[in-house]
Design a protein around this ligand. Structure first.
Ligand SMILES: *Cc1c(COP(=O)(O)O)cnc(C)c1O
Length: 344
C-alpha cells in the first residue's frame, strides 16, 4: 500500500524516541503553585537563544501572541501588521476581541508602509496606533525571511513613531538558519517575541513568549486568565528542550523544500522559490481544490494557503520522501507544459 506523505504543515511531526524518553523522565513540579523545574530550564534556555531577558512557556503560539498583544494594546488602539499576517487572518479575531485592538493591515511590511499607516497625534477621539506586529518567517508569504537589516529598519521606524514591536516568530528559528544568524539577531529591539516549539523543531506542543522580566511577570498572570497555567508542564517542556537542540536541522527542511520546488517547476507548476521550508505553488489551469484533490489521490497531502497550494517540509519527511512525492506526481499530467519558476 502506498503510504501518505504529509506536507500539510511542519506541525504534523511526532516526537521521536529521544524526545519521548526526555518527556518520560522529566523532573516536574507544580508550575501554577510555584515552579516546575523543567519548564523553568526551558524558559531560561529559550530566553537565552532569543536574546530576551525572560521567557514563558505557553501551550500555543496563538496564546503567546494574544498575551503579548494584550500587554501592548489598550482598548481602542490600532495595531499594524502585514495584510495576511497570522495575527490578522488566523487567530479568529482575538487581537480585536481579547486584546481590544483595531487591526490595521499594511499592504507590505516596509518602513514606508508603517509610516504611512501610523495614526498618532490628533484630537482625543482619534484612533492611535500603539503596536507594530512583525512576522518572521512570513507564513502566508511562503515562509519568506525578513533579513536582520530589514528587521532593524522596521524596528527603528517603529521606535521613532513610539510604537511597541511584537515579533510573531512562530518560525523565527527557520529565519535564523536561512540567514545564518542567531535567533537573537532577529529579535533585536523588539519588546516581545513569540516562537513555536511545535513546528519545525518537532515538539508535540508549546511555544515561548519572551521579553523583559516585567513583561513575563504580567504574561504569567494573563496566561492564567486565559486558562493556560499548567501544573506538571515539565513533561512537555522536556520535549521543548530537546526541540531547541535541533534548530540547525532546519537547514535540511530548507534544502528539501528547494528540491521539491525545482521538481514541481519541472512538472509545469508555477512555483515561488522557497526561502525556508514552505513552498507555495500552483498547477497551471487547475484550481487549488482540484489540485489538492489529485494530490490526495496520490497520497500526497498538502493544503491551501494564500490562494495557492502550500507544501511544508519538516523533520518527519526526508529527501527520499520528497523524491517519492515527485515520482508519484510524474505519473499524472498537470496541464500545460511550460515551467516557470518565479524567483523573488
Ligand atoms: C502557527 C503560527 C502561529 C500560532 O501557533 P499555534 O501554536 O498554532 O497557535 C502564530 N503565528 C504564525 C506565523 C504561525 O505560523
Amino acid at each position: 500500500m502506498v503510504s501518505p506523505v504529509d506536507l500539510r504543515s511542519d506541525t504534523v511531526t511526532r516526537p521521536d524516541e529521544r524526545m519521548r524518553s526526555a518527556m518520560a523522565t522529566a523532573e516536574v513540579g507544580d508550575d501554577v503553585l510555584d515552579v516546575d523545574p523543567t519548564m523553568r530550564r526551558l524558559e531560561e534556555r529559550a530566553a537565552d537563544l532569543l536574546g530576551v531577558a525572560a521567557a514563558l512557556w505557553v501551550p500555543t503560539g496563538c496564546m503567546g501572541n494574544t498575551i503579548a498583544l494584550m500587554t501592548h494594546i489598550q482598548r481602542g488602539d490600532s495595531f499594524l501588521a502585514v495584510r495576511d499576517a497570522h495575527v490578522i487572518n488566523n487567530e479568529l479575531g482575538t487581537p480585536a476581541w481579547l486584546a481590544g485592538g483595531m487591526p490595521q493591515a499594511l499592504p507590505e511590511l516596509t518602513p514606508e508602509a508603517v509610516r504611512a499607516a501610523t495614526l498618532t497625534a490628533g484630537p482625543y477621539y482619534s484612533m492611535r496606533t500603539s503596536l507594530l506586529c512583525v512576522e518572521n518567517t512570513h507564513n502566508a508569504g511562503g515562509g519568506t525571511v525578513l533579513s536582520p537589516e530589514a528587521h532593524a529598519r522596521l524596528v527603528a521606524v517603529a521606535k521613532e513613531l513610539g510604537l511597541a514591536v511584537h515579533l510573531d516568530g512562530a518560525r523565527v528559528w527557520n529565519a535564523a538558519v536561512a540567514t545564518g544568524v542567531s535567533p537573537a539577531e532577529l529579535t533585536a529591539g523588539v519588546d516581545t517575541v513569540q516562537a513555536c516549539l511545535s513546528k519545525g523543531l518537532g515538539a508535540p506542543m508549546g511555544s515561548v513568549v519572551g521579553g523583559s522580566a516585567d513583561f513575563v511577570a504580567e504574561a504569567r498572570r494573563i496566561r492564567k486568565m486565559l486558562g493556560g497555567g499548567v501544573r506538571q508542564g515539565g513533561v512537555v517542556a522536556a520535549a521543548g528542550l530537546v526541540a531547541l537542540e535541533r534548530i540547525e536541522d532546519l537547514a535540511v527542511d530548507h534544502e528539501n523544500a528547494r528540491v521539491l520546488a525545482d521538481g514541481l517547476a519541472e512538472l509545469g507548476w508555477r512555483v515561488r522559490a522557497p526561502e525556508t521550508n514552505i513552498v507555495l505553488a500552483e498547477a497551471p489551469e487547475m484550481t487549488v481544490p482540484a489540485a489538492l484533490e489529485r494530490l490526495t489521490e496520490l497520497k500526497v497531502l498538502a493544503g491551501p494557503m494564500a490562494g495557492l497550494v502550500r507544501f511544508v517540509t519538516h523533520r518527519d519527511v526526508g529527501k527520499a520522501d520528497v523524491d517519492e512525492v515527485l515520482n508519484r506526481m510524474k505519473g499524472l499530467a498537470w496541464a500545460g507544459s511550460s515551467s516557470t519558476t518565479a524567483r523573488s
